[in-house]
Design a protein around this ligand. Structure first.
Ligand code: PEP
Ligand code: MG
Length: 316
């Protein structure tokens, strides 16, 4: 079966009724990047940059960022690379940010980085230089409001001045309910949206990210689908594209819903690319829209899973 799916690698990720869907990869290392390219990804929808530093005892320096980024970028010359800035969070905290560590508890995600503008600037300068031969985009995690996006844009422009590299597009992850609520304002100024369904689902459904109940399939919950619908509508009103880079983007019960909601691209682990492409090619975009029309008014994730199984579940 694996070989049969891989045989479709050169075929476009488009639905039966010819609706094209971007299909990109989530990576963290050069090996991941090579796997993504050989599995036919359109580019990288999420480069996680914090993972190499999870055992570090201090903020990574510009040189340390560069040492990690150069081999990754070398595997991606000429391709789209959506690099997410450091996203140290509760489930990925280095020793120097552990409670009680010298730097104390200064929050997580973006607020943490904005409180450390020098560390943030080191990463931005390194990304601009290391990614100069790629089609680089910068993506910021955990955005809650327009002020944060504007602060990041100022830092990005300063890094562009420092390095002499033109400022790349700046997009945001929509993974907090606050961002969904502010989606229209954010869509006016962000260059693109990428939905972080892992965090967004947990936040909306009040699940602990580390609990066994926090599965990718829970993104099918109507409350999450409604949040995604709001996000996509805001982005499209302002002519911006929406990707989904959480694990739900590769889940068979959720892919038809994301297509029906109008998401423009999916970004998945390199090992999932073949299966997701094959799934897209067996779905009709019209049927996915109809499915979503029914799903949004259901009550539970279980109801929606059943609906997907009944209406939109091609066998691979
Ligand atoms: C997400 O939250 O969906 C996401 C892609 O980011 P991470 O899993 O790294 O938090
Ligand atoms: Mg996240």
């Amino acid at each position: 079966r694996r070989e049969a799916l891989a045989a479709e690698r050169d075929l476009p990720a488009e639905t039966l009724d010819r609706h094209g869907v971007g299909l990109q990869a989530n990576v963290a290392t050069a090996a991941d990047a090579r796997a993504a390219v050989s599995a036919g990804a359109d580019g990288i929808g999420l480069l996680r940059t914090e993972l190499p530093f999870l055992s570090h005892s201090a903020w990574p320096t510009q040189e340390q960022h560069t040492a990690v980024l150069v081999p990754v970028m070398r595997a991606l010359v000429g391709r789209t690379v959506t690099a997410r800035t450091l996203d140290f969070a509760d489930d990925k905290l280095p020793p120097f940010l552990l409670p009680g560590a010298e730097h104390g508890r200064i929050g997580r995600g973006l607020p943490l980085m904005l409180a450390q503008p020098d560390a943030f600037a080191d990463q931005l300068r390194s990304l601009l230089r290391a990614g100069a031969e790629t089609d680089l985009r910068i993506m910021i995690p955990m955005v809650a409001d327009l002020q944060e996006l504007r602060a990041c844009r100022r830092l990005l422009h300063r890094a562009a001045d420092d390095t002499g590299v033109a400022a790349p597009p700046l997009g945001i992850m929509v993974e907090l309910s606050e961002a969904v609520a502010a989606a229209d304002d954010l869509a006016r100024e962000a260059d693109f949206f990428s939905i972080g369904s892992n965090d967004l689902t947990c936040q909306i459904l009040r699940l602990d990210r580390r609990s066994p109940d926090a599965t990718p399939a829970m993104a099918a919950h109507p409350a999450v689908l409604n949040a995604i619908a709001t996000t996509v509508a805001a982005a499209h009103r302002h002519g911006k594209r929406v990707s989904v880079c959480g694990d739900a983007a590769a889940h068979p019960l959720v892919v038809p819903l994301l297509l029906g909601l109008g998401c423009d691209s999916l970004s998945v682990a390199p090992s999932a690319l073949d299966e997701v492409r094959a799934r897209i090619r067996r779905l009709s975009s019209a049927a996915c829209s109809e499915l979503v029309g029914n799903a949004l008014s259901r009550e539970t994730a279980l109801d929606v899973w059943q609906l997907v199984r009944d209406q939109c579940m091609p066998s691979l």
